[in-house]
Design a protein around this ligand. Sequence first.
Ligand code: SAM
Length: 240
Amino acid sequence: MNLIILFPEDFVAPSRARVGGRRLEHIRTVHRAVAGDTLRVGLLDEGIGTARLLGLDEDKAELEVSLDASAPPPPPIPVKLVLALPRPKMLKRTIQHATAMGVKEIHLVNAYRVEKSYWQTPWLAADRLREQCLLGLEQSVDTVMPRIELHKRFKPFVEDELPAISAGTEALVAHPVGAAPCPVDIGRPVTLAVGPEGGFIPYEVERLQEHGFSAVHLGPRILRVETALPVLLSRLFPAS
Ligand code: SAM
């Protein structure tokens, strides 16, 4: 947790906030902070500033928050991510990585090789996805919550919704086979489709290609989704 993210409901006065739970635990055990220490805080969807720890007990830490001269969060990465729904463990990690890398729009989509049971996982509930995003934001010192949408049917999504999503972007599907090398430092917004653990089937790649997607690869090594995504993003948009 490189940033303690505050929510409007944490504030008990205009510049005074109380935090408990995981954030309190972090302040106690990782920061080992004591009254008077300064911590880095951000207000959800707003700027990043500092807070002075006024005191803490078993239930809460009380903070004097200074967001007056707050800095903006880091710029987002201009990527709309279309991600075939991974199994729950991988989903959690991939959402965290995507959020930490600055992705602000994620479409979780069905595909032939997505197991039906994955759609039943409690980790797809809005509050659970939000928790994973928060972990990514805390990690990367960002405050802006990504938007996540679920699309349980591949074909209607690709035909009816994807054209509007990918409009004005370079549309790429990461696919190990029969593809061109993934561009480096692409310099324009991208809609990036990443397949399920078994990969997209040819039918799905063809439908995406019909809708303007170009297939790109990362070389002969097949990477797990949670690895392929950061590699793709850092190749398309090298950190400046
Ligand atoms: N056997 C599957 C195949 O050949 O498509 C492997 C799927 S891989 C574990 C899961 C997804 O990660 C792929 O659908 C693709 O989107 C992405 N990926 C992994 N390694 C890749 C590579 N070397 N090039 C392009 N995409 C890759």
